[in-house]
Design a binder for this molecule. Structure first.
Ligand code: DGJ
Length: 707
């Protein structure tokens, strides 16, 4: 049989796609140079006994109609008909210049078309895939599910997935997947619980070893992701936007598209997978209005909460500027009626009782101090105690006749209602222009329940309208940057990353919690989009105490900021924070462009380390999470350095207790007593660097410079 295949190459990855008679990935792995179409015959499946007499292909949209008995790629019907289509690929277009492949498939009986869009990014090797389902009939097609399905090789026998909650986002867990499947669904309209991604790999894959295939759905709404092992041994990953009953109706001659599923293959562990994804985010998704270094932020939220006094805030700004802050953010509490979180959302007009002179003096003051000005909004929400709700109770997202529960005393607004959309656009547009706002922190603090427009489920459309709102605001205010925040990490994904430049990773500023959260986030995101703040000495969300060193070194690699009242700092704390901010500035060019990797430690529960590696230098951050298991700490191996080059190793910052030798752990590693030492990249990567004995919840910062 002649094989109609297209070979896509990108980075160190190759994907081989069958383009006829159906759309199927037959290979996804390490880069291959010479491939004849006939080679793929070596992979042909047999027909097992006790089954139907053909082995159905695992296409990019598996079809029940072919005898594929696992989760199909499409579920839908046209008034009960046309529910089990079989698609035949009739044509394809391969755009070699940018790695794009379009496969057009049809089912003339069901009057449906399926356009499979694939792109292997030539630079990073990240595979993107989405489907467009077309209704060729006149009667609308009711779509229940439309998923992108990627095959996984037989050796992908273990998975890693994410779970979490408010203050504990991006936790990871691992499972073996010998039989059956593993499914995660997110139905809250945001994803604290389940970040929309899964990773499969060869058994016991690590940061540096084993092969991994990781995929992330670029979608900010409800979603479903699964990894299945079929009884015939085939494995696949399937991801989709999750639709409620009756939510998607494709009108005659209309089409419906899935979000993009982005996937990365790592031949050498999770770090390889992340490297591709970070590069892809940097080159393909992130759009900075101006390509500058990420400005260090001060957010006043945990400093003053709702207690806004313009005179005081202006003094905070002055102190912030002295700290080296470059962007000053006024958080929740600036608008009408917002004395606490029971009232005001929806009334996006300045609270003139708090700001009797208007807002301009504050904004101008911040600008005069040479800082950018940022403002908090939560556009999608309304408090029952607000003028907006009193005037338009029907603007609330929900089902007429039922009571909506509040969440943080608020309801969501129906963005599919054009009056709501226009009101929000007008308010934001006006305020952004009036006060010359450089940065918007866009919050979203409630799950969606019975999300519907005119009685029909609308969670999906709500997400699309949100994107449309961003699109329009970005068009009107191209210089303004946006941050996606949803009670912290509830809306962090590549879908919204097309519109925003920063994520608020978590409402937890607890450095210990943040070590886990940020590590989890780092699998799919580079550090420059990860908002990370130095909070108060006693963390507001956990009441834990951490010294400034640990807090600052935890925030240092990300898009750094502070979230405290600088006027309450002692002189010594102020100077220390100023020092860490300038340390961040000194290294941020490397931190935000280098290869950001997670290092492996023997005592991983208690010791975590990361590095950012550039051509000429690298930064290593070691965090001791809990008391070390052993009386002597381990030697940290730092991979990915130039093996033959020599590096000068210098400690840039060490835990307070290790500074003056008065600590109970008096005898420390000898190399740290020297100003610096030298070793080759090969030595540091294979033999390593003996770590000092560190107190729980302390950190160490090391620089490596090529000599
Ligand atoms: C939740 C956010 O995550 C916080 O950072 C803060 O902006 C509050 N909302 C304000 O209400």
């Amino acid at each position: 049989m002649q094989n109609h295949i297209v070979k896509l190459d990108g980075g160190d990855t190759t994907v081989i796609v069958r383009v006829s008679p159906h759309a199927e990935i037959v290979y996804w792995g390490s880069r291959l140079t010479e491939v004849d179409p006939d080679f793929v015959d070596t992979l042909t499946y047999p027909v097992p006994n006790g089954r139907i007499d053909v082995t159905a292909p695992l296409t990019l949209s598996p079809e029940q109609g072919r005898g594929m008995f696992s989760s199909p790629g499409l579920e839908g019907h046209r008034r009960g008909q046309d529910w089990a289509p079989i698609f035949t690929a009739t044509s394809h277009q391969h755009h070699e210049d940018d790695g794009r492949l379009l496969i057009h498939c049809v089912d003339d009986i069901a009057k449906l078309t399926l356009d499979v869009e694939l792109r292997l990014d030539p630079d990073s090797g990240v595979l993107g895939c989405r489907h467009h389902l077309g209704n060729q009939g006149e009667v609308p097609y009711s779509l229940q599910r439309l998923a992108v399905t990627l095959p996984l090789p037989d050796r992908a026998a273990e998975l890693m997935a994410f779970h979490g909650r408010w203050l504990q986002e991006f936790q990871t867990h691992r499972l073996a997947i010998p039989y059956g499947g593993y499914l995660q669904e997110s139905r809250r309209g945001r994803h604290h619980e389940y970040f929309p991604a899964m990773i499969a790999g060869t058994p016991h894959f690590t940061e540096t070893r084993g092969e991994v295939w990781g995929a992330h759905l670029a979608w900010s709404g409800d979603h479903r992701i699964r990894i299945d092992t079929k009884s015939d041994g085939r494995r696949f990953l399937q991801a989709e936007a999750l639709y409620q009953a009756g939510e998607i109706e494709i009108a005659g001659n209309a089409t419906h598209a899935t979000p993009w599923l982005y996937a990365s293959y790592g031949a050498e562990g999770l770090n390889a997978m992340s490297e591709h994804l970070h590069r892809f985010v940097r080159t393909e998704l992130l759009q900075f209005p101006v390509e500058t270094q990420r400005p260090v932020q001060l957010n006043i939220w945990e400093g003053v909460y709702f207690d806004h006094d313009p005179e005081y805030i202006m003094r905070m700004a002055e102190a912030a500027q002295r700290l080296g802050i470059e962007r000053f953010i006024v958080d929740d509490g600036w608008f009408r009626g917002r004395a606490d979180d029971y009232a005001g959302l929806g009334d996006w007009y300045l609270d003139e009782t708090k700001y009797p002179q208007g807002f301009t003096p504050v904004v101008e003051h911040v600008h005069r101090l040479g800082m950018q000005f940022g403002l908090w909004f939560e556009p999608e929400m309304v408090n029952p105690d607000s003028d907006l709700f009193r005037a338009h109770p029907d603007w609330v997202l929900g089902l007429a006749g039922y009571d909506q529960p509040t969440g943080r005393h608020q309801y969501a607004l129906d963005l599919c209602n054009s009056e709501v959309f226009d009101y929000l656009l007008e308010r934001l547009d006006t305020l952004l222009a009036e006060y010359s706002i450089d940065y918007v922190k866009w919050d979203m603090n409630r799950d969606l329940i019975q999300a519907s427009h005119l009685g029909q489920a609308s969670s999906h459309a709500q997400t699309e309208r949100l994107y449309a709102l961003f699109e329009e605001l970005r068009k009107r205010h191209p210089a303004t940057e946006f941050e996606s925040c949803a009670s912290g990490g509830g809306r962090i994904d590549y879908g919204i990353l097309r519109y925003v430049q920063r994520f608020w990773a978590s409402d937890s500023n607890d450095a210990l919690e943040r070590q886990h959260i940020q590590r989890g986030m780092s699998y799919f995101f580079p550090p420059e989009v990860m908002g990370a703040h130095v909070g108060a000495e006693r963390c507001h969300s956990s009441l834990r105490r951490h010294d400034l060193g640990f807090r600052a070194l935890t925030a240092l690699p990300g898009h750094m900021g502070a979230e405290l009242d600088p006027l309450t700092l002692s002189e010594q704390q102020f100077e220390q924070l100023r020092h860490y901010i300038s340390l961040h500035k000194e290294w941020r060019a490397l931190l935000h462009s280098g290869r950001s990797v997670r290092l492996e430690t023997a005592d991983a529960e208690r010791l975590q380390a990361q590095a950012v590696i550039g051509d000429e230098a690298a930064i290593v951050i070691v965090a001791q999470l809990a008391t070390p298991s052993w009386a002597m700490n381990e030697a940290l191996r730092i991979p990915y350095l130039h093996p033959s080059k020599r590096y000068r190793v210098t400690v840039l910052d060490r835990p307070e207790a290790a500074r003056d030798g008065s600590h109970t752990m008096r005898y420390q590693v000898p190399w740290m007593a020297q100003e610096s030492i030298e070793a080759t990249g090969a030595w540091l990567s294979e033999a390593g660097l003996r770590l000092p004995q560190m107190d729980p919840e302390s950190a160490l910062l090391i620089k490596l410079e090529v000599i």
